[in-house]
Design a protein around this ligand. Structure first.
Ligand code: ZN
Length: 142
């Protein structure tokens, strides 16, 4: 039950009413040892399979975005028709497998400092996130 209280707290801090559905969303997002990447549609499927309840796309979308604002989740800035989200909110980089539409974490230490030669007057770089897009390397044999 301690978990449920923690989720209710997270929801309230994000300005959301802790409904049964939203608590289930929290369970799927935060009640795991492993962090994961997801789209809204994938998350809806996971919730419905795991919790055996119906949730609307809109509820999941609104909850995810309220959590992003609070820093409980991260949106991955990939230019795609699809938005991707991450339950790992620490600073890290990604491989993006273009064939499987999947992200794989790259630890911060596995990327050397990126040398950006241009500056914007009056601005400094706060952080750099690398997305390395990957494909199978047997492409030339096709
Ligand atoms: Zn990640």
């Amino acid at each position: 039950m301690a978990y449920a209280e923690q989720y209710i707290d997270k929801l309230r801090k994000s300005g959301l009413r802790p409904t049964k559905q939203r608590i289930k969303i929290c369970e799927v997002l935060f009640d795991t040892d492993k962090t994961f990447h997801f789209t809204i549609k994938e998350l809806v499927k996971i919730i419905e399979n795991q919790a055996n309840i119906k949730v609307s796309l809109a509820t999941v979308y609104n909850t995810v975005h309220a959590f992003i604002k609070k820093g409980y989740l991260k949106e991955i800035p990939l230019n795609a028709s699809q938005s991707y989200y991450d339950t790992n909110v620490t600073h890290h980089h990604h491989f993006f497998d273009e064939e499987e539409n999947k992200f794989i974490d790259i630890h911060q230490d596995d990327v050397d400092e990126v040398n950006i030669k241009r500056t914007i007057p009056g601005k400094k770089i706060r952080s750099v996130e690398v997305i390395a897009k990957i494909v199978s390397d047997n492409q030339s044999q096709k």
